[in-house]
Write a protein that binds this ligand. Sequence first.
Ligand code: GGG
Length: 356
Amino acid sequence: MKKHILVVPGDGIGQEVTAVGKKVVEKIAEKFGHEFTYDEALIGHVAIEATGSPLPEETLVKMRASDAVLFGAVGHPKYDNDPTAKVRPEQGLLKMRKELGLYANLRPIKLFDELLGASSIKPEILKGSDILFFRELTGDIYFGEKGRKNDGDTAYDIAEYSRYEVERIARKAFDAAMTRGKKVMSVDKANVLETSRLWRETVQKVAKEYPEVTVEHQFVDSAAMLLIKNPRQFDVVVTANLFGDILTDEASQIAGSMGMLASASIGDSTGVYEPIHGSAHDITGKGLANPMASILSAALMLDISFGLKAESEAIISAVEQTLKAGFRTGDIADASTPKDMILGTDAIGEEILKRI
Ligand code: GGG
């Protein structure tokens, strides 16, 4: 198969983990006889430094012309400490999602059995957890009008959802549920928010098209609590942009670490595949970052954008075997991990490559 992949590492550890993710894709191409070509582009802080824009037009053109995008992360502490900055790395991420129509963000919470001890949640509560989040990605408070009034003393962010936006993400979640446990949990805050009341009403309507699927509605505060109390009761979850952002970071503790969670952003055109974690400048340049989220994002890319199921499974199996062999990065090591089995970004990448 011939495919053109755009690699967009972005900022901080995005550079380090995406390099390993790309090596894994190259190994798959070699092993399975595919012809993948690659190009690179800038986004985030590195793009601001080079061009003044967090998402240069050239990057967008390259994204649209590619078959899939392997993405890293955006962010820089410089902006976190300067709330008045007008140009910010995250604007590149949001604009990319809007421009490419990436309205559905799939975040599988896959717990490898080998990591049962890595979480602070008890293994007997975690064992068997397998959740697929659908986070709506192009609406909500992230994209509504925002600003300041009263000479800057009052700030506002408007949350907005249209029926159409809710319907299309709900359909994606219900379609996925039909291939899994035929169960959808819709998460909102319908006791308080009007957008959530429209969300619930629309999900209820879409649910009628899927009589085999059981639907449960949860308020986001309750869902956040249940996720830790009983993660096994979750299967497919569909929720709004902000709630999905927060709940999936929480859910990373089910998988052991943010460094284990991959994601796929799909919609109207080219799919974008990226770890859910950010740029992590506290560990940037130290070679400590866990590349597995990037590697597992590459697996999602092969499966979802290219339909290469066996290749995708080969990657997941290589990650599993590496964990079974006892290798860990620092974020997923526990007290019982021997020091010499705790590897850096490139070294654990090599162990995974060996097993493909
Ligand atoms: N790879 C994910 C990433 O770069 N996250 C940083 C970030 O700003 N995330 C906000 C969001 O996902 O909406």
